[in-house]
Write a protein that binds this ligand. Structure first.
Ligand code: ATP
Length: 963
């Protein structure tokens, strides 16, 4: 039977399936066969039509009450004689807004979807008899795949072996609890949710380990079959965009109300009664249709000009640009709201290992019950020496007996005059504590060292890689040791357990359990210790704990090694085997240097008013030393351990959580408590995590941060942001970008509100004051509104980050977007704009004898030029444009250039003159227009300068804190 014909994989024996695929449960497929199958069946990725079609998305842009109002207004305008151009411009506004909205939305979607591709999935597969880590897209049917807790299942698998396996299949079955898996063959009619011997692509391993054979890849997986149901709707709305849309809808209705009122007022001023108007309109009475037409179009112009139509779309694009900028700095945003929350992050809780430190481990010290050793060299390169440290006892021995008498571990030609701490070369004795400690490190190990282009790298856990290097330095060949002591069973390391254990067959017969893990955890299980001579003596736990503390206080990561004979026939490890009775072999202490960039990033955060806390599974003393080196705490800083956390109440925790910055030996459930305690103090909390059980804390945090390299798929699934380089500095970078995004949003709003309000006020005042000649015609306002929004306002989305962003305090998340400063500026800039346009218009008409149409063209150019110079004001909300750099946003220059060209066309091109009733204006008028625009620009700059002075006087000794 061919594998293509089988449907019910769960109803077949594992071995039968291996046979059908011509695979091998131990050796896997050969690379050649896998390559052949890949050509045949294609990559393991789900393809197909997903998402809403572009046409539908474009049409959806019109589904908006505001657009309906505009369409109705446009239609009425079109029906009125002589208002075809006005109607076309209104329809133009609708169309251009839809196009801009569509393009922006598409770009935002594309940017966010592209990020998903950056986070690709790897799989552990056995090929040619060796475990390998490959891109999951290259899996083929018949591949043997190994999974452990935290992994995402990369294809549909029939399970062959498993240990305590639990898988969360909610994405497939909707069941939120993880299900226990088994390997037994099942009846054919089992439903998907009951197929316990299968693991389905896309689901998450939440506990245990398994080996399975791939039975389906890509679109042939269960996930592939239902992928049309899982249509990836990239959510581009965030609380902020929703708030802003609600705000602009509310504003729109208010403006429409005002417009309706002005319409009624205009009609009333026309002097006819309602029945007369109705009759006149039906009979086409010219006077009445003219009054109606002019009043109506003015009211529509008022509404169109004053409503900030582009606001929601602009906000989305600003957020999307923020997402791309963060991705360039190694922070992948998974949930868009995180972009805005990042800017107000007040506390960052970070893991230590790999995030604040390099996770490049080097064993530097080995301590057994009776001797101390130093290991030289750095990195994974097995170059260095294992040296024994002379202690008072060994020196006394030498003095008394002339030679070394405490086991013969260093050669008799060792210097006769040694002082405590001196290093002496070592010869490792068989079956002694040192040899067994090193063996244990090699055997209880899932990593591999690879030598690539002269560089030694670890495949797997760096902590374990370091043990292979130290073994080689001591003269052991890890592969030989592993061959001599075949592994029968493994319990891999998990943070919650804090140990790893393996079961081995001994060359001399019998079996042995080896175990390594955290000091407190493993020492507690030991009641004897091995000496250098290979004797077993009662354990002196107190002294050993002191020695371990000594290593930890040096900032070393300490692992404890122990062993225990197993019963001869035992082939599997059980928890009961690990309850005690172990023999202590030794400690290995490893250096994990802090990342220099993390030190700088922590400092930057502290300058930015962000509190950095270290939350680590490591030893309290190690944590404290590293935290000091990194600058998280000073000499006085204290450490709270997981045990202490468990013993205190929520109230007690609440009292100390703000001022405690290092938490050690912390379990994932503590992380959740810490996040909650900090949030209760109203902090916006970012929390890192990598393990399966970190997921609840990542979800609870305002910004859950998962590790891209070492993080489990479960943690990535729960996170808002993924760091592609696992580096703390990338969190700081993302926060900085988040602040930049928020600033750009505020800049856009600061530009758009006064300009929209000013345009609206121009029309409104003309109607309210019942001026005989209005300074700007409605159709001209419509044109200005359309062109300036696209050519000027949009350019603020591309504004680069300002310097000094990280010298301000975190933004209060409750701070309203419309601050009093913003409202005040909206008021005075719009008033100044209206006064400028009116004043020049009146002056031209009265003193210069300028023709009305020319004066109107001049007034509309005032509006455009004020909006243009004001754009450069808003490029920084606080700093002067000179310190921001006039050319630092090329888009603003480009937009301004475009706007000037459009305005020249508006003023000088004959067909534009015809369409918009404009007239060419003399050169001198441009100078007057420029004078007004520059004057308003200078006024706003003076206002910013006064505010800066005020801020400085408030905080004389601090960097410019603007809030
Ligand atoms: P962080 O939470 O900052 O990443 P961490 O990586 O040090 O801290 P864990 O990985 O939970 O935290 O490690 C906790 C302890 O478990 C370590 O101090 C160490 O003693 C022990 N340990 C770490 N890795 C292993 C391993 N591979 N095998 C056995 N024990 C380990």
């Amino acid at each position: 039977m061919s594998w293509r014909e089988i449907q019910a994989w769960h109803a077949h024996e594992g071995n039968e399936i291996i046979g059908v695929f011509e695979s091998d449960g131990q050796q896997g497929l050969t690379s050649a066969e896998a390559e052949k199958r890949l050509q045949e069946v294609g990559p393991n990725s789900i393809t197909g039509q997903r998402g809403i079609s572009p046409v539908k998305r474009f049409m959806l842009q019109f589904c908006n009450p505001l657009v309906y109002v505009l369409l109705v207004a446009g239609t009425i305008t079109m029906l009125m004689p002589g208002h075809l151009v006005d109607a076309s411009v209104i329809f133009g506004v609708v169309l251009v807004n839809a196009i801009v909205g569509f393009v922006q939305e598409s770009r935002a979607k594309a940017a966010i979807e592209a990020l998903n591709k950056l986070v690709s999935l790897d799989a552990n597969v056995v090929r040619d008899g060796h475990p390998r880590r490959i891109d999951a897209a290259h899996l083929v049917p018949g591949d043997v795949v190994q999974l452990q807790s935290g992994d995402r299942v990369p294809a549909d698998l029939r399970l062959l072996h498993l240990r305590d396996l639990q898988i969360n299949e909610s994405m497939l079955t909707g069941e939120s609890l993880s299900v226990n898996k088994e390997r037994e063959t099942l009846a054919e009619d089992m439903s998907l949710a009951d197929r316990k011997n299968m693991a389905y692509s896309g689901t998450l391993v939440t506990y245990g380990q398994t080996t399975g054979i791939v039975v389906a890849t890509g679109n042939r997986t269960e996930l592939g079959r239902i992928s049309h149901l899982l249509e990836s709707v990239t959510e581009i709305a965030t609380p902020l965009t929703r708030r802003l849309s609600r705000f602009s809808i509310l504003l729109s209705w208010i403006i429409i109300g005002v417009a309706a009122f002005t319409f009624a007022l205009g009609m009333w001023r026309g002097g006819y009664s309602l029945p007369a108007y109705v009759a006149g309109l039906f009979s086409g009475e010219p006077a009445i249709t003219e009054i109606f037409g002019n009043t109506f179009i003015s009211a529509v112009a008022l509404a169109v000009a004053a409503i900030p139509e582009g606001l929601p779309a602009a906000v989305t694009i600003i957020l999307a640009i923020g997402v791309s900028r963060m991705a360039k700095r190694n922070a992948i945003i998974r949930k868009l709201p995180a972009v805005e929350t990042l800017g107000s992050t007040a506390v960052i809780c970070s893991d230590k290992t790999g995030t604040l430190t390099k996770n490049e481990m080097t064993v530097a010290r080995i301590i057994t019950a009776k001797a101390r050793y130093r290991v030289t060299g750095v990195g994974y390169q097995p170059k260095g020496e294992l040296l024994r440290e002379a202690t008072t006892a060994t020196i006394e021995n030498t003095a008394q007996h002339g030679t070394n008498r405490d086991g013969g571990f260093y050669p008799s030609d060792a210097p006769a005059q040694v002082a405590p701490g001196d290093a002496i070369p070592v010869v490792v004795e068989n079956s002694g504590a040192l040899q067994q400690c090193i063996h244990c490190g090699v055997l209880c190990n899932n990593s591999r060292l690879v030598h690539n282009d002269g560089i030694w790298l670890v495949e797997g856990d760096p902590t374990e890689g370091a043990l292979l290097t130290s073994a080689t330095k001591g003269g052991f060949e890890p592969t030989r040791v592993c061959a001599e002591y075949p592994t029968l069973d493994t319990i891999p390391f998990e943070s919650e357990r804090q140990y790893m254990a393996t079961l081995h067959r001994l060359p001399e017969g019998g079996t042995m359990i080896y175990m390594k893990g955290a000091v407190e955890r493993v020492l507690a299980l030991c009641d004897t210790a091995l000496t250098e001579e290979g004797a077993t003596v009662p354990i002196d736990r107190e002294t050993l704990t002191e020695l371990a503390d000594m290593l930890a206080a040096e900032g070393l990561r300490v692992l404890t090694f122990a062993r225990k004979p197993a019963t001869a026939e035992q082939l599997a490890l059980h928890q009961d085997n690990l309850n005690g009775g172990m023999t202590f072999l030794g400690f290995q202490g490893m250096i994990d240097p802090p990342r220099p960039e993390a030190i700088a990033a922590v400092r930057a955060c502290q300058h930015a008013g962000i509190i950095v806390k270290m939350i680590t599974g490591d030893h309290a003393l190690t944590a404290r030393t590293i935290a000091r080196k990194i600058g998280i705490i000073g000499d006085e800083g204290s450490v709270l351990t997981g045990n202490e956390l468990t013993s205190i109440s929520d109230e007690e925790l609440s009292a100390i959580v703000e001022n405690t910055h290092v938490f050690a030996r912390v379990a994932p459930e503590h992380k959740l408590r810490l996040v909650r305690a900090l949030q209760a103090h109203d902090y916006v909390v970012a929390m890192t995590g990598d393990g399966v059980n970190d997921a609840p804390a990542l979800r609870q945090a305002d910004i859950g941060v998962a590790m891209g390299i070492t993080g489990t798929e479960v943690s990535k699934d729960a996170a808002d942001m993924i760091l592609t380089d696992d580096n703390f500095a990338s969190i700081e970078a993302a926060v900085e970008e988040g602040r930049g995004v928020y600033e750009n949003l505020r800049k856009f709003i600061t530009w758009t509100l006064p300009t929209s309000a000013g345009e609206g006020m121009l029309v409104l005042t003309a109607i309210l004051l019942a001026l005989p000649v209005i300074p700007i015609q409605p159709v001209q306002i419509l044109w200005i509104n359309l062109t300036t929004a696209v050519a000027l306002g949009m350019m603020l989305a591309f504004e680069p980050k300002e310097k000094g962003l990280m010298q301000q305090l975190p933004r209060d998340p409750k701070e309203p977007l419309l601050t009093p400063i913003l409202l005040w500026r909206t008021a005075y800039v719009s008033v100044l704009m209206v006064i400028g346009a009116y004043a020049l218009f009146m002056w031209k008409i009265e003193n210069d004898d300028t023709e009305k149409l020319v004066a109107q063209t001049i007034a509309s150019s005032v509006v455009v030029m004020v909006e243009l110079t004001y754009l450069f004001n808003t490029r920084s909300l606080t700093r002067s444009i000179l310190s921001v750099g006039f050319f630092s946003n090329p888009w603003a220059i480009f937009g301004a250039g475009m706007m000037i060209l459009l305005q020249l066309a508006f003023v000088y091109l004959p067909f534009m003159n015809k369409l918009f009733n404009t007239r060419p204006i003399p050169l001198i008028a441009w100078l007057e227009i420029a004078a007004i625009a520059i004057a308003i620009h200078i006024i706003v700059e003076i206002e910013k300068w006064l505010r800066r002075l005020h801020a400085k006087s408030q905080t004389p000794n601090q960097p410019a804190v603007t809030r």
